[in-house]
Design a protein around this ligand. Structure first.
Ligand SMILES: Cc1ncc(COP(=O)(O)O)c(C=O)c1O
Length: 350
């Protein structure tokens, strides 16, 4: 029997986007496909920045668009990090942060992400201490963080923002929307810190990684980035219309979000029953799990062989015995739980 491959390794949203997004593609005509946008004639970057400005109560000029939030992240680092300058990142984080800093010959310093009883947390004291010692040009905070899944609470975030007034702070919220405490109002944050960049994306919550639309809310002191990112001929007219359709489909996404929060708990409890496995709580659309070192290779072979792909970390000091599981649909999650449980039984772990 051939079973369909299931990709739970790249933090995509396996439910796919709202029906209204497909409708935009079906009905796209010559205007969206063959003509440049005329939105700049109205003094805005795009229909999408105009809409986000309204939704978030943030002036349109302070909203930045990019080819995914990856693009904005890269623009910000290229704009502000000069060779030899320091960038602070979390110890367990998206490998790409280091790679972007290396392109600029920047020096990367890591502040600790600390594993707790059932979740990771930020070492805020350690972060601030490192910032005092290394005087970084940029500090990167990822909340919820990939791959640990934890968020930085509003109180701690406020403290970091107040204490690092002269530093450019990038707050990566790519995994916003899958649980955790509500974020502080974004408008207040960028008012408080003129050099704060809050990154968001349509890739995760809105299940639109393929259209490559990311956006950012910028403090008032980031003119260089605004200039570097401006686009004379506008943005993808098809992608921005799909993104708008997603914003109009709140009920669809809220329902999936609720389901995912429940599903994370189902997976966590199922795996935590197996001796040697430990799954951490997560505010994102994935879970980080420690697996027994003696069984890791065999587990990967077993799952790969059955077309179930999760992320096995390699060559990352802290994560050598960890896997990251992106949430799938309910059926996909069930397949994974059954495969791991029967692996554990076959090896005498259960
Ligand atoms: C922490 C983090 N930030 C940002 C991104 C970039 O996502 P995108 O460029 O699709 O917006 C990713 C992608 O996986 C990520 O893991």
């Amino acid at each position: 029997m051939i079973t369909e491959a299931v990709f739970l390794d790249r933090n995509e949203n396996n439910y796919g986007p709202a029906p209204a997004c497909y409708e935009v593609l079906r009905s796209a005509g010559i205007d969206a496909l063959s003509r440049y946008s005329k939105d700049s004639l109205r003094g805005v970057k795009s229909l999408l920045t105009e809409r986000l400005a309204r939704d978030f109560g943030i002036p349109e000029p302070r909203i930045h668009l990019g080819y995914g939030s990856e693009d904005i992240l890269k623009q910000a680092v290229q704009c502000y990090l000069r060779p030899g300058e320091a960038l602070l990142i979390p110890s367990h984080s998206w490998w790409y942060y280091k790679s972007i800093a290396a392109e600029r010959n920047g020096r990367t310093f890591e502040y600790a992400m600390v594993p707790g009883e059932d979740a990771f947390h930020y070492d805020v004291e350690g972060l601030l201490r490192l910032a005092r010692d290394e005087r970084p040009r940029l500090v990167l905070i990822s909340s919820p963080n990939n791959p640990t899944g934890n968020s930085l609470g509003n109180g701690d975030l406020g403290r970091v923002i107040r204490e690092l007034k002269d530093t450019i702070i990038i707050l990566d919220q790519a995994y916003w929307g899958f649980g955790g405490a509500g974020a502080a109002p974004l408008r207040d944050l960028i008012e408080e810190h003129p050099r704060l960049i809050i990154l968001r994306t349509f890739s995760k919550y809105y299940a639109l990684a393929g259209i490559r639309v990311g956006f950012a809310f910028l403090g008032a002191g980031l003119d260089e980035l605004v200039r570097a990112g401006s686009r004379y001929l506008g943005y993808s007219r098809v992608s921005e219309r799909i993104a708008l359709a997603a914003l109009d489909s709140g009920d669809y996404y809220e329902e999936i979000g609720r389901r995912m929060i429940a599903d994370k708990e189902t997976i966590r409890l199922a795996f935590n029953r197996i001796p040697g496995f430990k799954v951490y709580r997560s505010d994102a659309n994935f879970l980080l799990a420690d697996v027994p070192p003696a069984h890791k290779g065999a587990l990967q072979a077993e799952l790969d062989g059955s077309g179930l792909f999760i992320k096995f970390f390699k060559n990352e000091a802290f994560l050598d015995n960890s896997v990251r599981i992106t949430l799938g649909t309910r059926e996909q999650n069930q397949r994974l739980i059954e495969a791991v449980t029967s692996f554990a039984r076959a090896r005498g772990l259960l």
